[in-house]
Design a protein around this ligand. Sequence first.
Ligand code: DC
Length: 225
Amino acid sequence: MIQIAIDGPAGAGKSTVAKALAKALKINYLDTGAMYRALAYAVINKGISISDREKVESALDDICMSISYVDGTQYVFVDGIDTAPYIRTPEISMAASSIGTIPMARIKLVELQRETASKFDIIMDGRDIGTYVIPDAKLKFYITASSRERAIRRSRDLERAGMTVDIDEVEKDIIRRDEQDMNREFAPLRCADDAIYLDTTEMSAEEVLEFAIKKVKEVYGNEIL
Ligand code: DC
């Protein structure tokens, strides 16, 4: 089975390389950030504040999340609704990071992530993939970039989605989110000891992909691609 883990802070370009690698390898890509976003969205929709841990915990059992793939694209459904149109706002980004500090919420999502990894060859990206979700993955990357460069990339994505952005605000949000993701008690963001650390500040998306493909071939053999 192919299992590739990609971790790193917000806006580092993990999903760009993960999607491209999954396409090249013809395997599924699991964006675990979308799952935390969808869960945060569902909780907020129930009128519950993410900071009210007890209420969040008691709502978890009533939230039914499922993942499906159509033509290689991942869909995260919550209670039968496709969450994609609602989960890419700055508010949901922060709420996803906050819900990720609640161990019961993580356990619910990690179960689904491990189940998906047991069914298909997979590339997963997130914050705790190589350290906690699939620690036996044969290939792990930790992808990062300076906070300014990440803010520039994230701003471009938001603008493409029709939002007006202030780069300084985007950078501040990214730094706040990283701090929360790195300092939570349960499965915090960190580089696994056996991960390949890649600072992409000075690299183009094509160069990152080229590097990742080289590593995939080293681990799984040239014939895989
Ligand atoms: O990858 P992303 O920016 O879509 O993730 C949104 C937030 O979700 C991130 O700031 C922290 C949380 N998250 C997490 O705690 N663990 C993961 N494996 C993925 C995301």
